[in-house]
Design a protein around this ligand. Structure first.
Ligand SMILES: [Zn+2]
Length: 383
């Protein structure tokens, strides 16, 4: 789909800028005017993590005049395998500030604005209003829906990307010209995983993030046909890119002519919370077991229940132990702890106890061993 340039050309390039961007300026069809549009553009990236790293670094290098970063987190060791905007010396540092200093190092001729907040419905509109293009580099569904809804309400394009294990996807959601994210996924599906818990091949961030950065540049300059109304799907294992068409849903709850949702929701975490960060399905558990990932599977039922039958690889640690600090502190913090019981209730309680003790690596198996017996292994004893 051909869309006119989003940004006007603004002020001419300085000599220093003309020199720096000379390899871009010489491209026929991009030219000085394309570079001047980039200089005049304001782009905000949600997240300075896996996708945010290449997005921010390339947009900075390309000469986008103003770059906003929305990020509240700090750099930790598990980030470094994919979040290449941060380095060893940034451990413990604010990701927004770490990203800002890297960008200043890449290109001192552009402006960086940092928003060190957790994006929510109280701040998203005022932040996004400052920018022409929004790029979603978030890794969770609550933020993804929040970003989509704010972009629809503000009529801004959202350059979206997502990665999962060996797969990636990218598109532009812009309700003025095509579908929004909700046209594709009206509400969160019940079996969605976040990349933190599902795992992702680090280098995939570069593939998908650089597609997002490219699409943002195309929107700004009007060069080429942006990914509005279509989606790129990348399968790294098969080395295959597929582009599919995505249609606007005439009944979309937020971007249709008569939307049922006319503002932001009250609580995005509540909409997605139960399926985002702390629960996995038995199908996901089976995949995790098969992948031979390093994790600890704890069965929190009583010993006699455990003896009747349990999921292979699980160890027994009944719920009562989770209130004992001496026992809890022997549990690992450097790999996922997956908690299971009969129905998912006791394991949810043990999850709460672990969270209270400072564990952020624990997950609850939804439906417990009953769901396991029903969906995965019918020979597993259910009493
Ligand atoms: Zn829609």
């Amino acid at each position: 789909m051909k869309i006119p340039p989003l940004i006007s050309q603004g002020v001419p390039l300085t000599h220093a800028e003309a020199r720096r961007y000379s390899r871009q300026v010489v491209i026929p069809g991009f030219a000085t005017i394309g570079q001047e549009r980039l200089k005049n553009a304001k782009v905000v990236c949600v997240g300075a993590g896996g996708l945010g790293s290449p997005i921010l670094m390339y947009l900075a290098a390309a000469g986008v005049g103003t770059i906003g970063i929305v990020e509240f987190d700090t750099v930790d060791e598990t980030n470094l395998a994919r979040q290449i905007i941060h380095g060893q010396s940034d451990l413990g540092r604010s990701k927004a500030i770490s990203a800002e200093s890297k960008i200043n190092e890449i290109n001192p001729l552009i402006k960086v604005e940092i928003h060190e907040v957790r994006l929510d419905n109280s701040n998203v509109m005022e932040i996004f209003e400052l920018y022409d293009v929004v790029i979603d580099g978030s890794d969770n569904f609550a933020t993804r829906y929040l970003v989509n809804d704010a972009c629809v309400l503000l009529k801004k394009p959202c350059v979206w990307g997502s990665i999962y294990r060996f797969d990636g996807q990218a598109s532009i959601f812009w309700s003025d010209y095509g579908p929004c994210y909700r046209c594709m996924h009206p509400v969160p599906a019940s079996d969605l995983s976040n990349c933190a818990e599902a795992g992702v091949l680090g280098v995939l961030c570069a593939t998908i993030g650089s597609i997002q950065a490219t699409e943002a540049i195309k929107l700004i300059t009007g060069v080429g046909n942006p990914l509005v109304g279509s989606m790129i799907i990348y399968d790294a294992l098969e080395s295959r890119f597929t582009t599919i068409e995505i249609l606007k849903d005439p009944q979309c709850r937020i971007c249709s002519v008569n939307p049922i949702q006319i503002g932001l929701l009250d609580d995005y975490e509540a909409v997605c919370g139960s399926v985002t960060s702390e629960e996995i399905s038995v199908v996901e558990l089976k995949r995790t077991i098969d992948s031979k990932e390093d994790f600890m599977l704890i069965d929190v039922r009583e010993p006699h229940e455990f003896e009747t039958g349990h999921i292979p690889g699980s160890i027994s640690l009944p719920l009562g132990n989770f209130s004992d600090v001496n026992i809890v502190k022997t549990l690992p913090k450097d790999k996922p702890i997956i908690l299971v019981c009969r129905s998912g209730k006791r394991s949810a309680t043990s999850l709460e106890l672990l969270k209270a003790a400072g564990f952020d690596n624990a997950l609850n198996v939804r439906g417990g061993s009953i769901a396991w017996a029903k969906q995965i292994d019918s020979t597993c004893e259910v009493y």
